[in-house]
Design a protein around this ligand. Structure first.
Ligand SMILES: [Zn+2]
Ligand SMILES: [Zn+2]
Length: 339
């Protein structure tokens, strides 16, 4: 049965894993659900940077070579797997020798909501690292813009996690955490140390971090509840991620009752601000990767009762942002506007 819970509410009880659950979890990790497949694609620093540069008009192998610090074989491998995942398609631009351009598919282009949401979080919370230091310009009003989260169905702007509720299908978290696809890079995929500010890419690029954050948004607060929710997470890994999130001020430790010694974890304003990114990832996954299977997580906008699909409004002119009408930096207008 799907579990329903308002963000920040008490998590409903879930039965402890039975002895066969380790085997079941292993099997499920090998066949990730749609959310797991999304995390295989986006939970990688390099893929995120390659897709971001595609939104900034990179098309040929040399464009990425120029802009990213990444070796040729690794770049070639990532582009190949992004083609296999349906994010890019190849178009020949030269026959002898054969050369291809990489163009974002519709599925790839629709990731722009995720990238805007990741940018919003970094601009607010991690602007000394990551992409947040770039400016987002709304081409319609020609102003630097701080997007407001909106509901595509009813058009409301300024939607917060508390205006929404979520349904999770039973085994979502077990199957959302597939084994790593890429070999670990020297340091690039390691969680940040506590003296660095975490970027959205660090958060997304660490496969357990995203699951812990998603569980926190679903109202999970206590260590044992996180363990039950995430099933296969090793206790040391869970303790490590919770400590990291407290250090990074995404979560805060609060006594479970006044004067109690035991603590639970609550999302801080910085943690709650990751909601647009999580909502955009969930909506993209449900639209493009579920292939007729049940949606692992469904978020509902309580005000209008529709499934929550994020859109963004401009805080200056109030108009809804369109992919072709925004750009980062002083680059050409539009995010991949020709495609
Ligand atoms: Zn709505
Ligand atoms: Zn505007």
């Amino acid at each position: 049965m799907p579990k329903e819970d308002r963000y920040g509410g008490a998590v409903s009880a879930r039965t402890a894993p039975d002895p066969s659950s380790a085997q079941r979890s292993k099997r499920m990790k090998e066949t990730p659900n749609a959310l797991g497949r999304t995390l295989l694609i986006l939970g990688d620093h390099r893929n995120l940077n390659i897709i971001l540069e595609a939104f900034r008009q990179a098309r040929r192998f040399g464009d990425w070579q120029e802009r990213l610090d990444i070796s040729d074989p690794v770049l070639a491998g990532r582009l190949r797997s992004l083609v296999a995942d349906g994010i890019f398609t190849t178009i020949p631009y030269n026959n002898a020798p054969l050369r291809h351009e990489y163009r974002l598919t519709e599925r790839g282009r629709e990731l722009w909501h995720v990238f805007v949401a990741l940018w919003m979080w970094e601009a607010r919370w991690a602007n000394e690292r990551g992409n947040g230091r770039r400016t987002l310009i709304h081409d319609v009003c020609d102003h630097p813009c701080s997007p407001l989260l909106g509901c595509s169905a009813c058009g409301a702007l300024g939607v917060t996690p508390r205006d929404t509720s979520a349904k999770v299908s039973g085994d979502s978290f077990e199957r959302s955490n597939p084994s790593r696809r890429y070999r670990r890079a020297a340091r690039a995929d390691d969680p940040v140390t506590d003296h660095q500010t975490m970027t959205a890419t660090d958060l997304l690029g660490d496969r357990w971090s995203m699951s812990v954050m998603a569980a926190a948004f679903l109202g999970t607060r206590r260590f044992s509840d996180f363990q039950q929710q995430l099933v296969t997470i090793p206790p040391l890994t869970l303790a490590d991620r919770l400590k990291l999130f407290v250090d990074q001020q995404l979560l805060r430790r609060v006594p479970i009752a006044e004067g109690a010694k035991r603590m639970e974890y609550h999302l801080t304003p910085k943690g709650l601000d990751f909601f647009p990114a999580l909502a955009a990832i969930v909506a993209w996954t449900n639209l493009w990767l579920t292939e007729g299977q049940p949606h692992p997580i469904v978020i509902v906008h309580n005000t209008c009762g529709n499934v929550f699909e994020p859109c963004f409004g401009c805080n200056v002119c109030g108009k809804r942002l369109a992919r072709r009408e925004i750009h980062f930096d002083n680059q050409r207008r539009g995010l991949s506007p020709q495609q």
